[in-house]
Ligand binder design. Structure first.
Ligand code: 3PG
Length: 399
């Protein structure tokens, strides 16, 4: 895999596929956290003398975070202290005209790649080469830089297509993530205590299954909405209190609990909302009208005991509804504990990275990654499409 320092980008037109997909406030549609933009600024700063075309996806089709990249441009511009021109186009004549008019040192941001149907479809690299995106744009670029580590598990045209035709190298984020994690990933003897929270339920269930099947998890401690799915599966709380309406996920969680009964630790007590205030209850006291928003004190203590025994810990996703200060408690207590633990801890996802930043304990964690699902897949030992594309490109172009 090549790195930025291995290629000469002077006077060249360069396509940078990064991941500045950011949490978006569902009401104002404004960016809530700029961690991924801060990270990619390092890569852009390493590319001063070329014509740079930056592209990313934002959100998922049908979700409230599926918005244009227009507001990302001024944020990026401030971070790199250079103008970032936004074009409300991806591969049409307007975008191509802007690309061809770039001067050295200028940066152009394309619109949300997922506005194109192809970018919502997994495809093999040999098919991605024939996508409209790659066919229309690749002849305008000299090089491709892949820095979307957090999307490296998606075989989308922008991730795997350009690298088939153009010499490609890793950006600074991919370089840093792979360097920090490759030893752990390739040593299949290393097992993790996984602390799993967050709200992307079907993705998370698949990841849990893959991690267990790959033999990488000794214990899985659950919280957040995914924890609620498992609580619903045990039947110990009314399903209405979990806010989970996806029956299929509950069935999957139930079969995982049956198949791997010793792997999971679930909450014994939870925090619910009473008139806007946090109130803790044991599971047997939760009524159908309650809404579970966090893990409780007893559960936190139980999870602490497991943390104290673990050598390697992987945590992804908040353990409660952390946006509300009343229900941030579980997440902050666990992160504080991890920051003082002897274990090697890897944290995954922009939400946890933002909380660590607020708590000012980021530097006490072994590795903080803004990647979510991609990191979980990487830890299973699976070869990720983006990394495969980089390796193939290096050998194909004889670089
Ligand atoms: C993420 O936030 O995990 C990445 O941006 C990938 O997004 P996706 O899960 O919607 O593909």
């Amino acid at each position: 895999m090549l790195l930025i320092q291995d290629l000469d980008f002077q006077n060249k037109t360069v396509f940078l596929r990064c991941d500045i997909n950011s949490p978006i406030d569902p009401t104002t549609l404004k960016i809530l956290d700029i961690s991924r933009l801060v990270e990619v600024a390092e890569t852009i700063n390493a590319l001063q003398n070329c014509k740079l075309v930056v592209a990313s996806h934002q959100g998922r089709l049908g979700k409230s975070d599926y918005v244009s990249m227009e507001q990302h441009a001024p944020v990026l511009s401030k971070l790199i202290n250079r103008d970032v021109k936004f074009v409300a186009d991806i591969f049409g004549p307007t975008a191509i005209n802007e690309i061809n008019n770039l001067d050295n040192g200028q940066v152009l941001l394309l619109d949300n790649l997922r506005f194109i149907a192809e970018e919502n479809t997994e495809m093999l690299p040999e098919h991605a080469v024939n996508s409209h995106l790659v066919q229309r744009l690749s002849s305008h670029f000299d090089y491709c830089i892949l820095d979307a580590f957090s999307t490296s598990h998606r075989s989308h045209p922008s991730i795997v297509g350009f690298a088939e035709l153009l010499p490609a190298c890793a950006g600074k984020i991919v370089e840093r993530e792979v360097n920090a994690l490759k030893t752990i990933v390739h040593d299949s003897q290393i097992k993790f205590t996984a602390i799993l929270g967050g709200a992307k339920i079907p993705d998370r269930l698949k990841s849990i299954q893959k991690l267990i099947e790959a033999g990488r998890i000794d214990k899985a401690l659950l919280g957040g909405l995914i924890g609620n799915v498992f609580l619903a599966a045990t039947g110990k709380v009314p399903i209405s209190s979990t806010s989970v309406d996806d029956e299929k996920s509950i069935v999957t969680a139930k079969s995982l609990l049956e198949k791997y009964p010793d792997k999971f630790l679930l909450a014994d007590d939870v925090a619910i909302d009473v008139d806007g205030k946090r109130t803790e209850k044991s599971l047997s006291d939760v009524s159908p009208s309650d809404k579970i928003f966090d893990i409780g004190q007893n559960t936190i203590q139980k999870y602490f005991q497991q943390i104290e025994k673990a050598d390697n810990i992987f945590i992804t996703g908040p353990l409660g509804m952390f946006e509300n200060p009343e229900f941030r408690f579980g997440t902050t207590e666990i992160l504080n504990k991890l920051s003082n633990a002897d274990s090697k801890t890897i944290t995954s996802g922009g939400h946890l990275s933002a909380v660590l930043e607020q708590l000012q304990i980021k530097n006490k964690i072994y590795h903080v990654s803004t990647a979510g699902g991609a990191l979980v897949r990487y830890l299973t030992g699976e070869e990720l499409p983006l990394l495969r594309a980089l390796n193939n490109s290096a050998s194909k172009h004889n670089l």
